[in-house]
Design a protein. Structure first.
Length: 602
């Protein structure tokens, strides 16, 4: 009797109604029958991990979701008596009323062409859900709908997510779509994709990016709330250009340029401007492939101002590739705030470094945070206005970057030694290596009259002497170290191009003039989504010590998201997400997103 009393005690303790932490799962037999099992987890102090214990047979699971509870289980747990139990959305037995609420008799809108959709039984939902949610949260989806219409805007977003997920040729889009969740299950044929890309023209691209630019006021208002000290500071827009090779002969902008890669192919130039804080791309511009950065800056600025971009609250951050006195004058005349790297070619700049080289070695001019010495000069300029010429002062910031001389000496010596080794061994030298570093080697005669290659030390010394020298020009940032900090953050736009060309398959264009704007826009939106993910993850790493990007790799983080999957219910147009382990939940936290929903529909 005592034994029976203990058994009853265990039964009551194990009852789900008593708060006992039951877990449920299903198993499939070799005969094709599916059964529900109940179990609990128990900590194993030896293995130092949880393992299953107290497994119980619950009953058979039918294709319509109904569970036939076994007599033994219903006898032990009377609350499970009856035939109205179903396999619920949270993967446990639930009453029929709750089940019908989660899975109505009419299972929601069916796809337009069920045969064409051919969605797989198991879908990858994590990455696509995160991308769609971020696009919604950051206004990308709404802006695409506004410019291109709801249907085509949605299709452009899906193509961008396809690129974000590592998609290659657009012809493989439909195969990818069948194994992922997207809000609308719609097949896109190759012809339809061509029509979508062809519908994107320069005017619509400018309209889309104008919306992205105008949205930054709201974005920065939230930033100011979190950090009031930033209020009044110009919004930093980093600008840079890259060359993209093309196989097409129909793109008017495609020209032969100074391509480091694929010199036998024509190229176009593509400039993007991104917000250094959010990572979002707020403007993009395609132009002729033979035009260099210095010449192109004027066209880019006029393209933005003519399109109605109000840049009063912004400062444009450009590297030394855009450096010229003419470009400085243009930005002053347009009343734009700027921060520009300066090329070491101006005689006046060299004289200023020589004049102030002692100051650039004194601790009073040193910043431990930026690891640099700095000295600021005022530089007089004139602004051409409708009311005549106005005199104004701008700033030239001179820097000596710590350890740059030694690093350069080591680097150039290694390159010179590599050339010498190949020359003396009668081996071929890579063209890039020879073109870039041949001035640091020389051929001489030894005492026996034999030729040999040696370092040209005088040339290396000359390069090392000015290796740490760096200069910035600005008309709005008077503090040298603040200017250097802002300039260094422009690495965001360089990361944009790295993502665009290396991860989003946009290093070469395989489309003609009709589709080139569409292909670039799709790749640019995919890049913007990836950069916003990276920026969000970096922010969360700084806020929470235990949150880190897996393997310090965005590729790894995106791959983790793709492992979040959902399985189709046999009797409903719905897929139910698997449980997400803690390590993968942190990936969503890094992106400042909640967990995906349990139920997905199309």
């Amino acid at each position: 009797m005592l034994y029976n009393h203990n058994v009853q005690s265990i039964k009551m303790e194990n009852s789900p109604k008593s708060g006992f932490p039951w877990n449920f799962t299903t198993v499939l037999t070799k005969d094709g029958y599916r059964y529900v099992k109940a179990y609990r987890m128990k900590w194993d102090p030896v293995l130092k991990k949880s393992k299953r214990c107290l497994q119980r047979h619950v009953g058979r699971l039918f294709e319509d979701g109904r569970i036939k509870i076994s007599p033994k289980f219903s006898a032990d747990f009377p609350e499970y008596a009856g035939d109205d139990w179903f396999w619920g959305i949270d993967k446990k037995p639930v009453p029929e009323a709750q089940y019908r609420q989660d899975f109505p008799e009419t299972p929601g809108p069916a796809p337009e062409d069920e045969a064409a959709c051919q969605q797989q039984e198991t879908l990858d939902v994590g990455l696509t859900w995160a991308a769609v949610t971020l696009a919604e949260k950051n206004g990308i989806r709404a802006h695409l709908h506004e410019v291109f219409g709801k249907e085509m805007g949605e299709e452009l977003l899906y193509l961008a997510i396809f690129k974000l997920a590592g998609g290659g040729s657009m012809m493989t889009y439909d195969l990818w779509r069948q194994k992922v969740w997207l809000p609308k299950c719609k097949r896109l044929t190759g012809q339809r994709i061509s029509e979508i890309l062809a519908a994107v023209d320069g005017e619509k691209v400018v309209k889309y990016f104008r919306l992205r630019h105008n949205r930054q006021d709201a974005v920065w208002e939230e930033i100011y709330k979190r950090n009031p000290a930033l209020r009044g500071r110009p919004i930093e827009y980093a600008l840079d250009n890259t060359s993209i090779s093309t196989y097409s002969d129909t793109i008017a902008e495609a020209q032969f340029g100074h391509a480091k890669r694929d010199p036998d192919l024509k190229q176009i130039n593509y400039t993007v401007i991104c917000d250094q804080c959010s990572g979002d791309i707020v403007f993009a511009h395609m132009y002729e492939g033979a035009v260099n950065d210095v010449t192109a800056l004027s066209d880019i600025l006029h393209a933005m101002t003519n399109a109605g971009f109000d840049l009063d609250k912004n400062i444009l951050v450009t590297d030394r590739g855009y450096s010229s006195l003419e470009n400085i004058q243009k930005m002053i005349n347009l009343d734009l705030k700027y921060l520009q790297g300066v090329r070491f070619v101006e005689d006046s700049l060299k004289q200023n470094f020589e004049r102030h080289k002692e100051s650039l070695r004194k601790n009073a001019f040193f910043s431990s945070k930026e690891k640099a010495y700095a000295f600021t000069l005022k530089e007089p300029w004139s602004q051409n206005t409708d009311y005549g010429r106005l005199k104004l002062d701008t700033y030239v910031h001179l820097f000596r970057l710590v350890n740059r001389e030694d690093e350069t000496a080591v680097f150039l010596s290694e390159k010179a030694d590599e050339i010498i080794r190949l020359k003396n061994g009668n081996k071929s030298i890579p063209q890039d290596l020879w073109n870039n570093y041949r001035r640091f080697v020389d051929s001489i005669k030894d005492s026996n009259g034999n030729s040999k290659w040696v370092r040209k030390s005088s040339k290396i010394d000359e390069a090392v002497e000015t290796a740490g020298d760096f200069a910035l020009r600005s008309n709005s940032i008077s503090d040298a170290f603040e200017a250097l900090s802002v300039y260094r953050q422009r690495g965001m736009v360089e990361q944009d191009f790295n993502q665009l060309k290396n991860w989003l398959d946009c290093d070469r264009l395989r489309v003609g003039a009709v589709s080139v704007q569409g292909k670039l826009l799709v790749s640019t939106i995919g890049t913007a989504l990836r950069m916003m993910m990276l920026n969000s993850a970096k922010q969360m790493e700084d806020r929470k010590a235990k949150l880190v990007i897996p393997g310090n790799s965005m590729d790894r983080l995106l791959a983790e998201l793709t492992l979040v999957r959902a399985h189709k219910r046999n009797n409903a147009n719905a897929w139910i997400r698997n449980s997400i382990p803690a390590s993968r939940r942190r990936c969503f936290e890094l992106l400042q997103l909640s967990e995906p929903p349990r139920r997905f529909e199309m």
